[in-house]
Design a protein around this ligand. Structure first.
Ligand code: FUL
Length: 699
């Protein structure tokens, strides 16, 4: 905003304009973005890289006692990261310079726990520096993640640690050129190594770090840096690690309330209509289930369908998209991740190939001062700084696009001119089909960018009705496209008894294979439920009947069916209901423990025969507000239900923010019985839930 005034006063100086002329411009309304925030929002899409000791220990959160010697990539090539990111049209990379285990990817002067004590480049490497150089070379911006929580430090929780943290911040913000975003994660305090104390430390996030002071230091050192996350930040978490913003998404936040601990993080998805500060949402998500690389997830890269939805539900819903590429042990972005990213980018490019409104006849029922400066053509001129605006008192208005001939379309993109604030509360879209207007969308906010996916219609005209705006309407861009039909992958499910069902949108046919090959129209046609009890990889595609377009391949891996599985004992609760954790359906769950029964709680399962297993998975409860998640576990096996071996124990790190299937592998063993112990829960409760327990079978 400041810029607009500067520009206006500059213009006045050059060519004095009257106050009357000044009044021509729409007045800004409500909290406004700074130029830094506008520039940041325009980046839209950028990458996250999680790569650290966890990559080598196969963990999501390190405890803080892992040796720096473990950091030993064989083929580290940051230019490969930059190339992949650039090719995807992303504008920057945020590197996790220090995660919760305290290991630093740069040779910090304040600790020995860094790359300088690793075998990588014989301790002479500086990964932050290498990446900064690669980003420059590829025209990308560099961002950095410095975890406030440090599970390695003996002084964590004391004032000394805050000094240490700030010293590291200064290092990162002064030695590596411009940092476009500083990322402060919300995970703070909990159990850790803490220099050997091995204990749980509780801190008050809002008080302990004295964020006001820390932010002052950042702005003094690096005024161009935008600060994300905890504290009085300039951008907010979107409230989930799925990369999805709310349909309603205000770039405003009641940050004072947030800093007083009065805002629940689920509110971040939509922001606050009455927020006092401009704090736009950033949607973060990993291209795989975990943030760090795990070989077991090589075939769990998010499917194209999901990636496309993420794009539309983040960038298309007034958020930026921060997409994580977990760099592997070699030090490279994995081939599977790169391939999926390319598929995503080519789908999005196809979707937005030909713009349809620029050549239409555009009219509106109100144009500010009837001035050509604010005319409707501005929404289609490709210039982000020109806009269609209405008179001050006009807070609802319609803009109409008439085509020279009926035109097929299924995407509508709208942008408010945010330097003047986010104003629109509600709008709808009508299409004139065969001479009749019909409503094709009824929506709420727009903000910097809103993209609607609607069913394809062939319209002779399109009408956008802004039905409720906080102030006069100011829109800089409206576009429409006809994206190719996107056929979604079929849903595949197998129940406890090995019965397989597949579902697809109406009119599609589904073909599948059970031999690992990719299905085509020549593969088996799905005609209805069938039984397949053995371990199997089912690959299925849906094919659109009229257009002969195929979906991406849905791959579902199953072990032997759980037909013969039985719950033997549960430490509390009802044995019968416990069957829900072996019914093959992750959407049904079972809870045990509870206030009268303290943790730990355990469950013993008989798999019916001896199997070779080298891991298990725990699917937490998926549906509900309070998921009763298990945070620490033990897993035992037995061949006779008498002698038990502890095969795995530890924590389900980050399960609170990312409650996905937890995969734990161990040394192969024969087992008929398994015992799963829930040792502690997220939060204070003693109730824990399980949606499904699976084992990983091996030869
Ligand atoms: C979370 C962290 O705890 C995860 O490990 C990861 O870094 C993610 C981006 O933020 O809250």
């Amino acid at each position: 905003m400041k810029n607009i005034f500067l520009l206006l006063s500059f213009l006045c100086f050059m060519n004095p304009i009257s106050s009357q002329e000044l009044a021509k411009f729409p007045k800004p309304f409500g909290p406004l973005p700074t130029q830094k925030q506008v520039d940041w929002q325009e980046m839209e899409f950028y990458a996250f890289v999680h790569f650290s000791l966890n990559t080598f220990t196969n963990k999501e959160w390190g405890y803080g006692d892992e040796s720096p010697q473990l950091f030993n990539p064989t083929n580290l090539d940051v230019r490969q990261w930059a190339r992949v990111v650039k090719a995807a049209g992303m504008k920057g990379i945020i590197l996790v310079a220090k995660h919760h285990d305290g290991f630093c990817l740069w040779p910090s002067a304040y600790t020995e726990r860094s790359v300088k004590n690793s075998p990588w480049k014989k301790g002479k490497g500086d990964l932050v520096k290498e990446l900064a150089t690669a980003c420059k070379e590829y025209g990308l911006k560099l961002g950095l993640y410095l975890s406030p929580w440090d599970r390695s430090r003996a002084d964590y929780g004391k004032p000394e640690y805050v000094t240490y943290f700030r010293n590291q911040l200064k290092e990162l913000l002064t030695n590596y050129g411009d940092v476009f975003e500083m990322w402060f994660d919300g995970a703070n305090g909990g159990d850790g190594y803490y220099g050997g104390a091995n204990e749980t430390r509780k801190i008050n996030t809002l008080e302990y770090y004295n964020w006001d002071e820390t932010y002052k230091l950042i702005y003094k050192t690096a005024p161009k840096t935008l600060v994300w996350g905890v504290g009085p930040s300039e951008a907010r978490w979107i409230g989930n690690e799925e990369g999805r913003a709310g349909k309603t998404n205000w770039s405003l936040l009641r940050q004072k309330d947030e800093l007083a601990g009065k805002v629940h993080y689920t509110e971040f998805m939509s922001g606050h209509e009455d927020g006092e500060k401009w704090v736009p949402g950033e949607a973060d998500v990993s291209i795989r289930p975990g943030w760090f690389y795990h070989a077991v997830e090589d075939d769990k890269v998010r499917p194209l369908d999901e990636m496309v939805d993420i794009y539309y539900e983040s960038i298309g819903r007034n958020a930026t998209l921060l997409l994580n590429l977990p760099v592997d042990k070699r030090g490279l972005v994995h081939e599977n991740d790169e391939a999926r990213l390319k598929e995503l980018v080519s789908t999005i490019k196809e979707d937005f190939k030909t713009e349809l409104l620029a050549d239409s006849k555009i009219t509106a029922d109100n144009v500010r001062g009837n001035s050509v400066e604010f005319a409707t053509k501005n929404v289609a001129d490709g210039n982000k700084n020109t806009y269609w605006a209405t008179d001050d008192n006009v807070k609802s208005a319609s803009i109409v696009f008439e085509f020279s001939k009926p035109t097929a379309l299924n995407r509508i993109l709208l942008q408010e001119y945010i330097p003047l604030g986010q104003r629109i509360r509600a709008f709808n879209v009508e299409a004139k089909v065969d001479g009749t207007w019909k409503t094709v969308a009824s929506e709420t906010t727009i903000g910097y960018k809103r993209i609607l996916r609607i069913d394809r219609i062939t319209a002779s005209a399109l009408r956008i009705n802004i039905t409720d705006s906080k102030a006069s309407v100011v829109i800089s861009n409206i576009q429409a496209y006809n994206a190719p039909t996107f056929v979604r992958m079929p849903e595949v499910q197998r129940d406890k008894n090995g019965n397989v069902t597949m579902k697809s949108e109406e009119g599609n046919t589904v073909y599948y294979t059970t031999d690992g090959s990719n299905p085509t129209k020549k593969s088996t046609l799905y005609k209805g439920e069938f039984q397949y009890k053995k371990a199997v990889v089912i690959k299925a595609v849906a094919i659109h009947a009229d257009e002969n377009i195929s979906s991406a391949v849905k791959t579902s891996k199953y072990g032997a069916s759980k037909e013969n599985w039985k719950i033997v004992t549960v430490s509390s609760g009802d044995l019968n209901s416990a069957n829900r954790i072996i019914d093959g359906n992750p959407n049904t769950d079972w809870s045990f423990g509870g206030d009268s029964n303290k943790l730990p709680q355990e469950i013993t399962i008989d798999m019916g025969s001896i199997l070779n297993i080298n891991g298990f998975t725990y699917v937490p409860q998926q549906v509900g507000n309070n998921l009763n998640l298990i945070s620490n576990y033990e897993f035992y096996t037995s061949v006779d239900n008498a002698k038990w071996i502890l095969k795995s124990e530890g924590e389900f790190s980050n399960i609170k923010n990312n409650p996905i299937e937890q995969i734990k592998t161990f040394k192969k063993d024969k087992a008929r019985y398994i015992r799963f112990v829930a040792k502690s829960a997220v939060g204070k409760g003693a109730t824990v839930s399980i949606a499904e327990i699976n084992v990983i079978e091996t030869l």
